[in-house]
Design a protein around this ligand. Structure first.
Ligand SMILES: [Zn+2]
Length: 239
């Protein structure tokens, strides 16, 4: 990756699975932060720099709506693709295309089937967590690729942490938790970890980023902090 792209590689996976590229962009420059929120020319140029410098043939974005629809890319795509239909997750077993989701506090969920060589990326805010987007992801693995649960790896990327993310009782209710009397922090990544573990993914194959987008100084965009910008989580099978 070009050094002009502020990017944290998902180191543990990069070593274990040299056939993928996985990680997340961050703000970088204070005066010209690496914002990928919009579909404007600047953002398109940045996306292009990402896939080109990483040696990929293209990059796919999805219009995220806090839903649970997932897209699959199995054809030979190229260049910068923005799907028309909304989706909050996507997957591919084809090499050469980077999957992207944009986040600023929501959880980027990276998934991988090490045997069938499939990668998946989900966008999980509280609505996605409440509606079981991770269940949909695991279902997609088994329906589409007949994946074995023992071959599934999950990484919960940089997101707002369980100390910073204060929400109202209605969010607790939606998440199936006992609603507190007043706004209380909730840990979305802990809930996702429990969900995916209950689905049968091996606990030693679930990892969680230590970064909080708000409090841990990782130079991330944070919606709660008042940022309008978004970083992009990325995963792809190397060409
Ligand atoms: Zn925090």
């Amino acid at each position: 990756m070009d050094s002009a792209v502020p990017f944290y590689s998902l180191g543990e996976w990069s070593e274990k699975f040299p056939w993928i590229l996985a990680g997340i962009t961050y703000k970088g420059s204070a005066t010209d932060p690496f914002d990928l929120r919009l579909e404007d020319q600047k953002s398109r140029d940045r996306m292009e720099r990402i896939w080109q410098s990483a040696g990929f043939g293209g990059l796919v974005r999805i219009p995220q709506v806090h839903g649970t629809d997932l897209a699959v890319h199995d054809s030979d795509l190229a260049g910068l693709i923005v799907l028309e239909d909304s989706a909050d997750g996507h997957a591919t077993s084809g090499p050469g295309m980077l999957l992207a989701i944009t986040v600023a506090d929501c959880v980027p969920v990276y998934l991988l089937d090490s045997e069938n060589r499939v990668v998946m990326l989900l966008h999980a805010g509280w609505r996605g967590v409440a509606s079981g987007i991770i269940n949909k992801g695991i279902e997609l693995f088994s329906e589409r690729w007949q994946s074995n649960l023992d071959d599934i790896y999950v990484h919960l990327g940089p997101a707002i942490c369980g100390s910073c993310y204060e929400v109202g009782p209605e969010v607790f209710e939606n998440l199936g938790l006992i609603p507190p009397a007043e706004p209380t922090p909730v840990n979305l990544r802990a809930i996702l970890e429990e969900q995916v573990s209950n689905l049968g993914v091996r606990e030693d194959r679930i990892t969680i980023s230590e970064h909080c987008t708000l409090c841990s100084g990782g130079d991330f965009f944070s919606h709660r902090k008042g940022d309008l910008g978004r970083q992009a989580a990325l995963i792809g099978i190397r060409p």
